[in-house]
Design a protein around this ligand. Structure first.
Ligand code: AMP
Ligand code: MG
Length: 447
């Protein structure tokens, strides 16, 4: 049994129309995180951490200055004011990275730079702005004495050892997606490599006798395989590794042969486009029904009602509709959460926002995802439709930066009403990938 699938797929009456949330629950029910691999932290952006990270050192590792100024004993400057400055001898100069071996004596100060280690005896820093010689920091020459014009308390402008992180402290839990702050923290702790979950390998097949590869001219009746590329990009944007199996003719044996190919390539998930409706040549559902296991094939969603979920030799299988917008929207609604689960992500909830409708919108009562343009106007989000909501019209999805989510049963909403929106940024920007390499036909990215 492949990792990522516990094989516990729940059977329902295959023809029942499921709600979006029921469908999503069923899709996720059998999925578990994939195996782990160790990567260097500079390769870890957007990967999901598969271990707990505890600090082995303190951050900062030593007491240091938060300002450019003078290390002092707070008690020496307690009475300093503009009218009655306190004069201190300057007995040392401490750049960042240098350890001053001499202790600070009472009545003295040492010039110290931001990030430099505090000398023994010092318990506060007077910023250069609180001395009467603010120019002292810019030149190289160390003044013999300084006048302190305002008092500082013990610990002021000092960053204490362990003030950020204490040794042994739990810093990161497994299951988080690593972003720049996490990577900066790992680097600060001196951790060069970490364990992450393997990227899900997503086998993609485009079914349809009308399809031709993108480098071929189209003859009458033909179209280019847009979905193969759109879905590969969507898989990559969701943290997966796409394996494009290419175009598959509308024949049951051809579909099955392609499923076999996905198995041989050790895919974790198979995603097909088209061939799942009620057309005379829609063989995808039949292939899963006959050779695999069909779990359900209709969901109460617009766009995207014909949506097949099942398995082929224990490999989860998702059959997306062929219309380009249906394919991408159902990927976003259903396949992305599957990839999140396989990637080991713990917090998978999507950021939801609310926007005010700038025009009336309607749907047919299915849970609907409408292509929209959302702008920030007078302190709130405002949504307008991005154009045609026909599931074959890709240009309005290209124009959209958000989806308006209309709940099932909601057929019309007036202008000015509040709606839930997902900011999509082209349906891919929520997790941008680090690698820019294209996906070759049948390329197998063994990580
Ligand atoms: P089907 O689900 O096979 O009935 O296809 C529904 C619609 O999607 C038809 O107009 C197909 O031509 C179109 N379609 C199918 N596959 C693709 C694809 N790979 N790229 C773009 N459009 C497609
Ligand atoms: Mg077709």
């Amino acid at each position: 049994m492949p990792p990522g699938s516990s094989g516990k797929l729940v059977r329902v009456t295959p023809s029942a129309m499921l709600s979006v949330s029921e469908a999503r629950d069923r899709l996720l029910a059998g999925l578990t995180p994939l195996d782990r691999q160790v990567v260097r932290i500079d390769e870890s952006l957007n990967r999901v951490l598969a271990e707990e990270v505890r600090a082995s050192i303190a951050l900062p590792p030593f007491d240091n200055s938060a300002m450019d100024g003078y290390a002092v004993r707070a008690a020496d400057v307690g009475s300093a004011t503009m009218g009655k400055p306190v004069v201190l001898e300057v007995s040392g100069d401490i750049p960042a990275g240098v350890v001053e071996s001499r202790a600070l004596m009472p009545g003295a100060a040492m010039r110290i730079m931001t990030g430099a280690m505090l000398p023994d005896g010092a318990d506060a820093v007077v910023p250069v702005e609180s001395t009467s010689s603010p120019g002292a920091m810019s030149g190289v020459k160390l003044p013999e004495r300084i006048e302190v014009v305002s008092a500082v308390g013990v610990g002021e402008h000092v960053r204490r050892a362990g003030g950020d992180v204490k040794p042994g402290q739990l810093i990161l839990r497994g299951g988080v997606r690593l972003g720049p702050p996490h990577i900066g923290m790992l680097a600060s702790l001196g951790i060069p490599g970490i364990s992450v979950y393997r990227r899900p390998r997503v086998a993609l097949l485009s079914t349809g006798d009308e399809l031709v590869e993108i480098d071929q001219p189209i003859r009458p009746g033909q179209i280019h395989d847009g979905n193969g590329y759109a879905l590969a990009a969507a898989a990559r944007a969701a943290g997966g590794t796409p394996l494009r199996l290419g175009i598959v003719p509308d024949r049951l044996e051809a579909v099955v042969a392609c499923l076999e190919q996905a198995l041989a390539l050790e895919a974790d998930l198979i995603v097909s486009s088209a061939g799942v409706s009620l057309g005379a040549f829609d063989f995808v559902r039949a292939a899963i029904e006959r050779e695999g296991r069909l779990e359900f094939w209709r969901v109460n969603i617009r766009p995207g009602k014909p949506f097949v979920f099942g398995s082929y030799r224990n490999l989860p299988f998702v059959g997306l509709p062929g219309n380009p917008v249906s394919a991408l929207v159902t990927f976003e609604v259903f396949v992305r959460p599957m990839l999140d689960r396989m990637s080991g992500l713990v917090e998978t909830a999507r950021a939801r926002l609310r926007a005010r409708l700038a025009e009336p919108v309607g749907s047919d009562g299915r849970e609907s995802y409408l292509r929209a343009i959302v702008t920030w106007e007078n302190g709130r989000y405002q949504a307008t439709l991005a154009g045609s909501q026909d599931s074959g019209v890709l240009s309005s999805l290209v124009r959209a930066n958000a989806l308006i989510v209309l709940p099932a049963g909601s057929r019309s909403l007036a202008s000015g009403e509040e709606v839930e929106i997902w900011l999509t940024g082209g349906l891919g920007s929520m997790v941008s990938q680090t690698e820019t390499s294209g996906t070759e036909m049948l390329s197998v990215d063994r990580e």
